[in-house]
Design a protein around this ligand. Structure first.
Ligand code: ADP
Ligand code: MG
Length: 348
């Protein structure tokens, strides 16, 4: 008999993306309707005239949220938003969600009601129907798993792999604030644990807190593309930080890129807060994550269409693969945008 105990690989050795690849690289799609499987913001299923777009995300207490500083209504709202963001990232319109929850007996009916208030508010504001799910108990904490379903015409769908040399790189808003919102909450938590009588210092921090606790998804960006009759060549939502998402686009499109530090927008309160926390603001924008903005590329011919797009920043260009992926710093230096390439930028 084979001894299954002999080999034990630590999951951390592969990392999240390595593990997904390890688990799924042999999968061959069997149904003609499975137009696009693993590897984009959402799967695409061919239903004739309209394509169905599907994406899932799971939020786990203690990993993705901390009940010490997360209002349940906001958590419900955010858990819907993170899923809708993946549907928008395909240039599709979300139409339904399913919600599955598992929770321990620490949670009361009133607590789960609050969570649902947030879930239903997001459904209402984004015109999405809650059509099913599952409810069960967990030995510890709260787990929320949401699947979002959307639709789009086949010719409208935008994947991660369509960027070409010469395309312009755009971001739908400012970056880094959500990460700083999380830092504020973590700091206040530590202060509270050490000295519960100290009042929280939350002045000028509303923006960052809102960006972290109650983000929005870029429905308006997708609507703008439709209204002005054009579409990006590639797109992804920024959940893990601009650098990581740009890597996904470049890898899947087989191209290089540069972005300009000065063109990446950081909201003023977030900028000041980064300096206060002694981190470089651009580091927060590049690697912070949880911003739920859209990173997309457009053909040079569409420059005039994106130049005046409200809230959109043109941050760089797609290049040939051999050029690599670089950051042009404010000081005129060029740094390879490797995973850790920014770490030597310390705040002044
Ligand atoms: P996103 O950040 O856009 O939510 P992820 O990084 O979570 O995307 O996932 C990348 C891709 O891998 C997606 O296509 C997703 O559906 C797929 N994926 C993630 N986890 C699994 C899994 N356990 N089994 C199969 N596919 C998975
Ligand atoms: Mg995504």
């Amino acid at each position: 008999m084979e001894n299954k105990e002999t080999k034990r690989t630590d999951v951390n050795k592969l990392g999240e993306f390595g593990l997904i690849d390890h688990l799924t690289h042999d999968i061959v799609l069997q149904n003609k309707s499975s137009r696009r499987g693993i590897g984009d913001d959402a799967a695409v299923i061919d239903h004739g005239d309209l394509q169905t777009v599907v994406s899932s995300d799971m939020l786990v207490e203690g990993i993705h949220f901390d009940m010490m500083y997360t209002p349940l209504k906001h958590l419900g709202y955010k858990s819907v938003i993170v899923n809708l963001s993946d549907i928008y990232a395909m240039n599709a319109r979300p139409t339904q969600i399913t919600v599955s929850i598992a929770f321990s007996n620490r949670y009361s009916v009133e607590a789960i009601d609050e969570l649902y208030e947030g879930i239903l508010l997001a459904c209402k504001l984004y015109n999405v129907d809650l059509v099913g799910g599952d409810t069960t108990s967990s030995p510890k904490g709260l787990i929320i798993s949401i699947t979002a379903i959307g639709e789009a015409k086949n010719e409208d769908i935008v994947y991660r792999d369509g960027a070409q040399s010469g395309d312009i790189i755009c971001v739908s808003g400012d970056l880094g604030a959500a990460y700083l919102g999380l830092q504020i909450l973590e700091r206040e938590k530590q202060i509270y644990l050490e000295a519960p009588q100290v009042q929280p210092d939350l002045e000028n921090q509303e923006y960052c807190l809102r960006r972290f606790l109650k983000p929005e998804a870029r429905k308006d960006t997708i609507e703008y593309f439709a209204k002005h009759g054009f579409k990006p060549t590639s797109m992804i939502d920024i959940s893990d930080g601009l650098a990581s998402e740009l890597f996904h686009i470049c890898k899947q499109s087989d191209v290089g890129a540069y972005i300009e530090e000065d063109k990446v927008s950081i909201q003023p309160d977030a900028y000041q807060l980064a300096l206060k926390f002694n981190v470089n603001p651009i580091t927060c924008a590049l690697n912070g994550g949880e911003d739920y903005e859209l990173l997309f590329t457009v053909k040079p011919d569409d420059l005039e269409k994106v130049r005046f797009m409200p809230g959109v920043y043109l941050i760089g260009d797609i290049l040939d693969k051999k050029e690599g992926i670089n950051l042009h710093s404010s000081g005129g230096n060029i740094y390879p945008l490797e995973a850790q390439g920014w770490q030597h930028f310390k705040a002044e």
